[in-house]
Design a protein around this ligand. Structure first.
Ligand code: ADP
Length: 446
């Protein structure tokens, strides 16, 4: 097969020699030559015109152009098909990237070097309040925080910036800016990633406060114990009676430390242990549990309170007896400790809606409303002195809350100053065992 240039050459030779021979026969060889060349140019122009129409059509199979055009068309077709495939691949890649970054939990914004917005995902709209027509606007005009503006105009961003959300000052954002796009190491754009770190910050603050609180709670009784030990050391000739007195004084702070450590261990195991699922939990009979707690409460009360029991013995709980004992016990002992002599304490266990609730109600002094939302925080007390003097660690209601969370239940607190308080543990249907209810397979009976 001839190569395209040879075929084109022979085409020219054919045109020119044909018309030249005709011209020679007719006696005008030169005009024959001119006519041959003209015909060849016309054929060239026609093929070029067809080629142009075909090339503008998009990617279709090349026609039979003949000569050099056939080869050009074939190469053109190959390059075009390849670039079309690559374009398709890139578009798909871009579409997938945009789709997945739209669903990212972090706000993602592509910026020009000067700060103009090129693209942003859905989360950026929600977190930063960006709207579709903000494309092309400078981010510094939309997030008007001076620290942020200073940060984005830095030549490099090795450290993230933490700042309050522009829409909600109670939320904390961490902002990272990375070079984006560009070739041979020179990036033309910036990629801004914004994540909500409110929860992490809150946890870190909680951890710091918790450590400070534990240290503080342990230091006070420890200082007392150390003080008495120093005194004992300095008085080697101290008599037995004095020694006994010192030891008795040491006992109270030591006991307080023991209670605190026990509560901390309890909280830690509640925090880390897997929650007991209702299907495999034991059935806990509420009546005997409450009766046991009542004995403890009566001991603490020393006959100064009146107790009333309103317990429906037919409803039982699927759960961990030790944990429920601790939760209900905390509520009952609190009622004794925080109400004056002569108060009445009612313990009820009754159906409520779909589920059932255990309530401890007293007619004590009540709790000021501003304290109620914070009562279940670790170490939160309304009156620190009162709590400590009655042996409280400030962890009781935190334990109650954790136990209930593990039993898919919740704590409700109602209190009115001068009227009394009511603490209720509300259990849902799935956690209960009623006489008419069939048992879960595998559930052990009490
Ligand atoms: P504490 O170890 O101090 O008792 P809790 O977490 O059990 O810690 O209770 C938190 C605070 O809630 C207590 O310090 C007390 O001020 C208040 N409180 C709890 N129960 C009652 C109640 N029945 N009446 C009044 N105040 C209560």
């Amino acid at each position: 097969m001839l190569n395209p240039w040879s075929s084109e050459f022979w085409r020219l030779v054919l045109y020119v020699s044909g018309t030249w021979l005709l011209g020679l026969i007719l006696g005008w060889p030169v005009w024959g030559l001119v006519a041959g060349l003209s015909l060849y140019i016309i054929s060239l122009a026609k093929r070029f015109h067809r080629f142009e129409i075909w090339a503008n059509q998009g990617v279709t199979e090349p026609e039979e152009f003949g000569g050099i055009f056939e080869d050009i068309a074939f190469r053109f077709y190959r390059i075009r098909s390849r670039s079309r495939r690559r374009k398709k691949k890139l578009t798909e890649l871009l579409r997938r990237w945009q789709h997945s970054s739209s669903a990212l939990p972090d706000a993602t914004v592509v910026l020009e070097k000067g700060g103009e917005i090129v693209w942003f995902n859905r989360t950026a709209s929600a977190m930063l309040g960006l709207r579709p027509n903000d494309n092309g606007r400078n981010i510094g005009n939309l997030i008007r925080n001076p620290r942020f503006i200073y940060y984005i105009h830095q030549p490099s961003h090795p450290e993230p910036l933490e700042m309050a959300s522009p829409r909600d000052l109670s939320r904390m954002f961490s902002i990272r800016i990375l070079p984006y796009g560009g070739v041979s190491g020179r990036s033309e754009q910036l990629l801004m990633l914004v994540s909500d770190v409110t929860h992490i910050r809150r946890l870190m603050t909680m951890r710091r406060d918790f450590i400070a609180n534990v240290s503080h709670e342990l230091r006070t009784p420890l200082t007392v114990i150390m003080g008495y030990l120093e005194t004992l050391k300095d008085e080697p000739d101290c008599d037995v009676a004095a020694m006994k007195e010192y030891l008795e004084r040491i006992e109270a702070p030591a006991r307080r430390m023991k209670t605190l450590v026990e509560d901390l261990l309890m909280l830690s195991s509640l925090d880390t242990g897997a929650p007991p699922s209702p299907e495999i939990s034991d059935i806990v009979r509420v009546m005997p549990l409450v009766k046991n707690l009542l004995t403890e409460a009566e001991q603490l009360s020393q006959g100064q309170h009146q107790f009333v029991l309103e317990v429906d013995d037919t409803i039982q709980i699927r759960g961990v007896e030790k944990e429920l004992h601790s939760a209900f016990g905390n509520l009952l002992l609190n009622a004794v400790r925080y109400t004056p002599a002569g108060s009445t304490i009612v313990i009820s266990w009754q159906s409520s809606g779909d589920g059932a609730k255990l309530c401890v109600r007293d007619n004590g002094p009540g709790i000021p409303p501003e304290h109620i939302p914070r009562l279940t925080e670790r170490f939160y007390r309304v009156d620190v002195g009162r709590s400590r003097s009655s042996g409280g660690t400030g962890l009781g209601l935190a334990i109650v809350k954790q136990v209930l969370r593990r039993h898919d239940a919740e704590l409700t607190i109602n209190s009115e100053l001068g009227v009394g308080s009511e603490f209720c543990c509300v259990f849902n249907f799935a956690r209960l065992q009623r006489p008419d209810q069939r048992k879960f397979p595998g559930a052990a009976s009490a």
